[in-house]
Ligand binder design. Sequence first.
Ligand code: AMP
Ligand code: MG
Length: 362
Amino acid sequence: MPRPLPDTLLIEWPESQSEPSPLTEQAIDRAVAVLRAEGLVAIPTETVYGLAADALSGPAVEKIFRAKRRPATNPLIVHVADLAMARGLTAGWPLAAEQIATHLWPGPVTIIVPRGPALPDQVLAGGPTVALRCPDHRLTRRLIKKLGRPLAAPSANRSESVSPTSAQHVLASLGNRIDLILDGGACACGIESTVVDCTTDPPQILRPGPLGREALEEVLGRPVKVSGEFDPGNAVKGRAGEKSATARSPGQHSRHYATKTPLELSADSAGRVAGLLQAGQRVGWLSTDSDSVSTRLLAASHNLVVVPMPLEPVFFARQLYAMLHALDQRGLDVIVVDTPPLTEAWRAIHDRLSRAACTAIS
Ligand code: AMP
Ligand code: MG
């Protein structure tokens, strides 16, 4: 018998109020009960929605891997309520970790440090390190505090597919595999956290994210390394190009963040879209140039869905996954995306889009 869909509970905490409403507290208490019973709860964060389980319970964590169909070799990010909880999970706290946690937490940056004995092997994929993050979402921190234990929480989607930035995305992709969804509205950043390895000297960015290299270098007071150099050539090659392996960061595979509809990056997207339409294809187009004449002419085609995208990377990132989810529902043949500008501010978006474009045609 198919499992029933989980309840979706709204959680809100307006800036103007010092405490959340009684209904929100009740929702958090229900989530605590589910997590104590080793169940799975989808939680909002400022990056993307997470699929959470008690990080100190091996059996609970195994349920995450099963629900997401995630390979056991891909370790999970552990979410903490504060710096003290983070330190309790480690066997060493490098200066870089202290600097980042003190200055940039709560925030969209995950640090890799030596693991302590409290965490089960399943969370860490058997490795010697743990990835820790304190989310900038005060309801989720309240949940962790009330539980009194850290939460293992990868993105709440099937492995390799586009991450969820709303409760509705979670319901659509994992609805019958989880126990409860906390709906905290749309995610502010919209892409996954920056991951920084603090066990190396200098520290190394393993996954670019909302918090850029400059912000990190400012708090560390020295340069950081970036794994897998920024390779715009690879980004435009799209599905034919395999991105260089980032071996230090298990799980950072080329194929990731994939839409069901094939996705292409194009430096001349108006030309590419025109060609595809001429060939009879149904096309979705994420365009940062939706006002141009060519865009407006193309938009007259019945086989084209144009999605205007912001020119500013922070806003582009916030909308990106929601727009990809929406286009993926339309039964199109291909999604074309403008190749973003080759600048530091667009690095994380480049990373996600070039991986999305690596999808194998099957
Ligand atoms: P996500 O799927 O968004 O939860 O991403 C988690 C990613 O963080 C993994 O795919 C790894 O790349 C990275 N990560 C998590 N734990 C570790 C770890 N212990 N060592 C190195 N990278 C890690
Ligand atoms: Mg993920």
